[in-house]
Design a protein around this ligand. Sequence first.
Ligand code: ADP
Ligand code: TRP
Length: 331
Amino acid sequence: MEKKIVLSGIRATGHLHLGNYYGALRNFVEMQQEYDCRYFIADYHSLTTQPEPELLNGNVRSILAEYLAAGLDPEKCMLYVQSDVPETCEIYTLLNMHAYLGELEKTVAFKEKARKQPNNVNAGLLTYPVLMAADILQHKAHFVPVGKDQLQHLEMARNFANRFNHYYGCQLLVPPYPYEAKGEPVKVPGLDGSGKMGKSEGNCIYLNDDDRTVEKKVKKAVTDMTPTEPCSPMSEPIANLFTLLRLVSDEATVTQFTDAWNDCSIRYGDLKREIAQGIIRVIAPMRERYESLYADTDYLNRVRRDGAERVRVEVRKTLDEMRHVMGIRFF
Ligand code: ADP
Ligand code: TRP
């Protein structure tokens, strides 16, 4: 049986953190076996905030190196940079003709961005969901792993696909659905006591943080008073530390700290040291691979070029089919 196609994109806005790893990247590495995967870096989408050119270029480079360091294998998946595939822009143009101002203006992410950057409400921001739909529909992807904040964009991609098929009386585009990961979704908490780890929260451990930095950040994590009653309920900051512990330590260690919580003998210093060491065990090997990959310009360029070449063959086909049904063809 043919494998289902999975596509995922990430905006190039900085280094990846532990939340990105456990919530997305680690699954991407596993999914390479079971699905026909395409992973790309959405640098056009990053342009909506008009970043410094050198910064943007550096971010694309570091995410590519981080993806490779985490185990994405260009032999097993298609790994590429959005802007290396110019056909996407043409598909975006075609889709734009069936995307309506009213629905674009109503998008939650657009309204939020327009509020955050009132002096830069550009057309790219308005049509962000159309470009994202082009990214997805060009591959005829079945599934897209996305966080909650991207579900609306994915629904729009589905609408654009169905609308196109209906308008032109064809079954050309494939409506994409969210990829449902097996088991409970992982939410990596921040170190500041509440909420999730996120770049805009400023509470991240980055995959390229060195050991000292990890130790320092974890040491500063918010805690509260140690328990005085056996088996007390945990406050959010402590529950968050246990969530981190469960991610990076073995079962015996988790049991040991849970017992220490329950009999009030827990020492937060020990708990934090264990978490820091666990995080270091996970990220240090990746960081070492990352450093040599980041420095290897020839290899990174080769990955980009080869990735784009393979993707362009597939995408060209979708584009030609779309042009054909729309009447854009030689006589
Ligand atoms: P950020 O806003 O922190 O840069 P993004 O929202 O761009 O992160 O993250 C991209 C993907 O990484 C999301 O779709 C989600 O799957 C995953 N992710 C990010 N933060 C977390 C987290 N704290 N816990 C679990 N998954 C996360
Ligand atoms: N909008 C996505 C985000 O902010 C990034 C993205 C762009 C994307 N194109 C995509 C994600 C296509 C999945 C599929 O995270």
